[in-house]
Ligand binder design. Structure first.
Ligand SMILES: Nc1ncnc2c1ncn2[C@@H]1O[C@H](COP(=O)(O)OP(=O)(O)OP(=O)(O)O)[C@@H](O)[C@H]1O
Ligand SMILES: [Mg+2]
Length: 258
């Protein structure tokens, strides 16, 4: 595996995400209206590697979708790199998603008819209508960096689950986003592949300074992040730096829960 391609140095420590009193309700105005996030305040700085944990239904994916500009918030404020997102129209949101954010999901959503390389260049193709030689080269070096130099021309169906997820990670990075949002990126993988994919995320963070917010149900993986934000019933129940070597116990599972 080669080192990841060199990229612009990112200023560490700047404020990437600022949420203030963010509320999210689904089905507003209908009998089924339900408030899912109840006034979240959260700051994420450039270069952080954050685990997001919490019981099923606590709102982790909803929060990630809001951060990823895939869902609007119902009230409160969200500033991404200092810019209030509520005022942005669809075209501006799309541009922000394309250039600021990379997404990795539990199910990789690779297109089965396309090769690994074509899947990685897809964000460029969709954004600009064509893939430049530089972008294609970048996609190649990313696939090389994630250990798939020999698999660039293979279709997803010919790759293992872990390999497919590594293709999805390369795809998330091809536009060089400062922030990657990963929703249970290893949730569909066996233990060995999970550890491998997680190590890859950490390596990208170390080499490129990319910020990560990773939803996981696995305390062993959360222990390898730098900070753990825990969501319980749509509220931030805890938010703390992770002590190396100590597996975090989510407070929702802890018998000593206050
Ligand atoms: N599109 C939607 N419409 C209505 N309700 C929704 C929608 N998406 C999520 N919900 C509800 O919001 C709550 C939070 O869901 P969310 O998917 O964010 O939880 P989660 O923490 O990601 O759970 P999991 O660990 O199971 O993935 C749940 O009660 C869910 O039913
Ligand atoms: Mg979820």
């Amino acid at each position: 595996m080669n080192a990841l391609p060199a990229t612009v140095t990112r200023a560490a420590g700047g404020e990437l995400i600022a949420l203030d009193a963010v509320q999210k309700s689904y089905n507003v105005g209908k009998p089924s209206e339900a408030e899912v996030l109840h006034g979240l305040d959260l700051r994420i700085h450039a270069g952080e590697f954050v685990a997001l944990m919490g019981p099923s239904g606590s709102g982790k994916s909803t929060l990630l979708n809001i951060l990823g500009l895939l869902e609007p918030l119902t009230s409160g404020s969200y500033r991404l790199q200092g810019e209030a997102v509520q005022g942005l129209n669809d075209a501006a949101l799309t541009l922000r998603r394309r250039h600021t954010l990379g997404f990795v999901f539990q199910f990789h959503h690779l297109l089965p008819a396309f090769s690994a390389l074509e899947n990685v260049t897809l964000p460029a193709l969709m954004g600009e209508g064509h893939v430049s030689a530089a972008q294609r080269e970048r996609a190649r070096s990313l696939l090389d960096a994630v250990g798939l130099a020999q698999a660039m021309d293979k279709r997803p169906g010919e790759l293992s689950g872990g390999m497919q997820q590594r293709v999805a990670i390369a795809r998330a990075l091809v536009m060089e986003p400062p922030l990657v949002l990963a929703d249970e990126p290893t949730g569909n993988l066996d233990t060995a592949s999970s550890a491998e994919v997680f190590a890859l995320l950490r390596r990208i963070h170390a080499e490129r300074g990319t910020s990560f917010i990773v939803v996981t149900h696995d305390p062993r993986l959360a222990a390898r992040c730098d900070r753990l934000v825990e969501l319980v019933d749509g509220r931030i129940a805890s938010d703390a730096a992770i002590v190396p070597g100590v597996e975090p116990v989510p407070s929702a599972l802890s018998p000593l829960r206050a």
